[in-house]
Design a protein around this ligand. Structure first.
Ligand code: KG4
Ligand code: ZN
Length: 337
């Protein structure tokens, strides 16, 4: 069974073809980062227009690379939410229309389900049940995953998502967009002993996250400093250490609470090297294991959508002819597959 996957929820156009027997056949990604960089963040209208420009060429590229004709496709999956509504509409309408024209089922995929199933694309995939730390530009969540579509959200962000906090802190330090990877690179040169930032919400029980205070803490520290390159690097280091430490504390708590010793880390911030190393060490000490998608499948991509669509189609699920794009959509509303 072969499923074409389309991702257009934010600032990346992604297309991929997944085959139930052969695995991932081809994938292509177009990042809009240079388009949005000059505005310091994603401009939704520009994002939608650019998806319109790039989606069909990427679809052709993936089919050419895979050497597959449209008649060799059994389903079309597209991200139906959450995300920017205009951007989502490009993928949902194209995907639904393509499926209709090819006479195959269409599958509406939840973007975060795509992220949390992404490690299944790797050679040594996790088995259910597992815990998932989903950390992206829009979400910071800890989820108990007992199967495809069987999700219990154990903790969620109550304000800024972790990627958003990375991006906003990077911006106030004068770094370019998207700030997460740039700030993280700079943090490697920072002195870990100079500033200590708080570990938000770790002094009380629970698994929710709050990162907006850290951003304010960074702003005040930056304002009180002489704003040299060294100050910038030291603040980046203190910020990243606080974020990574906070997530490690919550993951350890989630392991203790659930007795589940497999941890999946996915979403854009899952590409962060310090976080990856820290959680690998933590799960090792706990006698468990951590699973990551390869870094390019941590950030948005079509492969994770093709895979999630494949799992749902395999379970006999598909969409009617109507099209839904859902900017807000809880993981817990999904049907088990
Ligand atoms: O999953 P993603 O590509 O898009 C969303 O679904 O939001 O995540 C993008 C987020 C951005 O906030 C970006 O700054 C952050 O992931 N990010 C990172 C790193 N790479 C991407 N944050 C910290 N360290 C990184 N290496
Ligand atoms: Zn994402």
């Amino acid at each position: 069974m072969r499923v074409l996957g389309i991702e257009t929820s934010c600032d990346e156009t992604g297309v991929a073809l997944y085959d139930g027997e052969g695995g991932l056949m081809a994938h292509a990604l177009y990042s809009q980062i240079p388009l949005h960089a000059r505005y310091g963040g994603v401009v939704p209208e520009l994002a939608s227009r650019d998806h319109v420009r790039k989606l069909l060429p990427l679809l052709h590229k993936v089919l050419d690379e895979a050497g597959v004709e449209s008649t060799g496709i059994n389903g079309v999956a597209y991200t139906a939410g959450p995300g920017l509504v205009g951007a989502l509409l490009v993928g949902t309408l194209t995907g639904r229309a393509l499926a209709w024209s090819m006479g195959v089922p269409a599958i509406a995929v939840h973007h975060m389900e795509g992220h949390l199933l992404a490690p299944m694309l790797e050679p040594d995939p996790p088995e259910f049940p597992f815990l998932a730390l989903l950390v992206s530009g829009g979400h910071s969540m800890l989820v108990e995953v007992s199967g495809v579509g069987r999700y219990q959200v154990l903790g969620d962000s109550i304000d800024d998502a972790v990627g958003e906090a990375f991006d906003k802190t990077a911006k106030l330090l004068g770094l370019s967009y998207p700030g997460g990877p740039v700030l993280s690179e700079l943090a490697r040169q920072g002195d870990p002993g100079r500033f200590t930032f708080p570990r938000p919400m770790t002094d009380r029980p629970g698994l929710d996250f709050s990162f907006s205070g850290l951003k304010t803490f960074a702003l005040n520290t930056w304002r009180d400093s002489e704003q040299t390159d060294k100050d910038r690097a030291d603040i980046a280091r203190a910020f990243e250490d606080a974020v990574v430490d906070t997530m490690a504390i919550k993951c350890r708590r989630a392991v203790a609470q659930t007795g589940i010793y497999s941890l999946v880390v996915a979403g854009g911030v899952g590409a962060n090297r310090t976080l990856r190393e820290r959680l690998a060490g933590l799960m090792d000490r706990e006698g468990g294991r951590v699973y990551y998608p390869r870094p390019e499948f941590c950030t948005d991509n079509g492969a994770m959508i093709a895979y999630a669509g494949y799992r749902r189609l395999q379970a006999g699920q598909s969409e009617p002819l109507s099209v839904k794009a859902m900017p807000r959509w809880s993981l817990e509303e999904l049907e088990p597959a």
